[in-house]
Design a protein around this ligand. Structure first.
Ligand code: SAM
Ligand code: DTB
Ligand code: SF4
Length: 331
């Protein structure tokens, strides 16, 4: 076995921020992965990837914003926060019919997973009833379902589970230390608490973060440590490259080198080998070559369709051309 991997596997360290039973990765160990020569890092990531995944298969996931804008939170990256002046138009919760018709189109285009996002701090009880109906209908189309609705109150995760929700997306976004630079209206422990409720309800956890927010490599390593030390680690890990939207506080942040984004994907793959690692927001800023490197580094899912929640995503035709060039089988 590779000496770096085996030494990391054997060493058990405590996680300073969260009292998880099995903290397995220190920030230093993860930083050592980030610091590897690029070829060594990608080789390790691809080797870890092949232990649990078909290296030439990519899952296609389509996103829809079911409730847009007007959010009371202050996430510095987000165009949907009411307090920032962006071009996003507010939109109330869509009807079940509107969401189902979008889900049918996504399925016809080849997506197998449908992710529904809402610009809420968290859902109210009456929202949960409506969302449950939407989830039931989307699920009945044979699509994997994911929802990202913000912080959950006790009992809500169980209701989502009963409706047939497969995954709940709730990102840690960044390291605990950097978090307060980005968001002040809720704290890290609120996020962890919601993740615990999702886990306890028996819903798969989809949890990742954003890179390119002006953070250091150590901060990226600390984010990955938080994710990898969750016990168990998330089944699904979206890695987003900041989409800079005019009017948000993070607009104008110095762009992160995309090879560092590829490294982040690789480190997520090595530390969470069984997870789906999702190359999420930011693909419009990435060349085909960078995206190919992300797949080589272990990303095995993308958002597919010309829109993310409020911002753009590559056109389906150009994605199909890329899959063809790379010989990727999509599911
Ligand atoms: N309101 C809910 C919440 O924040 O938990 C759910 C929707 S929120 C838009 C879902 C995730 O999208 C955020 O946690 C963040 O990781 C990601 N996101 C939002 N704006 C982004 C941006 N401009 N660039 C990259 N990722 C972004
Ligand atoms: C995730 O980690 N990324 C997606 C999804 N989960 C909900 C959202 C990306 C949003 C990008 C900015 C926008 O389009 O508003
Ligand atoms: Fe609101 Fe979610 Fe955007 Fe934060 S990321 S402002 S909680 S929609």
């Amino acid at each position: 076995m590779n000496p770096i991997l085996s030494s990391i596997d054997q060493k058990e360290t405590d996680c300073v921020h969260l009292q998880h039973k099995e903290a397995r990765w220190s920030i230093e160990q993860i930083q050592a992965l980030f610091d590897l020569p690029f070829n060594d890092l990608i080789y390790q990531a691809q080797s870890a990837h092949r232990q649990y995944h078909d290296a030439n298969t990519l899952q296609l996931s389509t996103l829809i914003s079911v409730k847009t804008g007007g959010c009371p939170e202050d996430c510095g990256y987000c165009p949907q926060a009411a307090r920032y002046h962006t071009n996003v138009e507010d939109q109330d919760l869509l009807s079940t019919e509107e969401v189902v018709s979008a889900a049918k189109i996504a399925k016809a285009e080849g997506a197998t997973r449908f992710c529904m996002g809402a610009a809420w701090r968290g859902p109210k009880q009456r929202d949960i009833a409506k969302i449950a109906e939407i989830i039931r209908d989307v699920k009945s189309l044979g699509l994997e379902t994911c929802a990202t609705l913000g912080l959950l109150k006790p009992g809500q995760a169980e209701q989502l589970k009963q409706a047939g929700l497969d995954y709940y997306n709730h990102n840690l976004d960044t390291s605990p230390e950097y978090y307060q630079e980005i968001i002040t209206t809720r704290d890290y422990s609120d996020r962890i608490h919601t993740l615990e409720q999702v886990r306890e309800a028996g819903i798969n956890v989809c949890c990742g973060g954003i890179v390119g927010m002006g953070e250091s490599r150590e901060t990226r390593a600390a984010l990955i440590a938080q994710l990898a030390n969750l016990d168990p680690y998330p089944e699904s890990v979206p890695i987003n490259y900041l989409v800079q939207v005019e009017g948000t506080p993070l607009y104008g942040t110095e762009s992160l080198d995309l090879l560092e984004f590829v490294r982040t994907i690789a480190v997520a793959r090595i530390t969470m080998p069984k997870a789906m690692v999702r190359l999420s927001a930011g693909r419009r800023m990435m060349s085909e070559a960078i995206q190919a490197l992300c797949f080589l580094a272990g990303a095995n899912s993308i958002f597919y369709g010309d829109k993310l929640l409020t911002t753009g995503n590559p056109a389906i035709e150009s994605d199909r051309a890329l899959f063809e060039k790379l010989g990727l089988r999509t599911v």
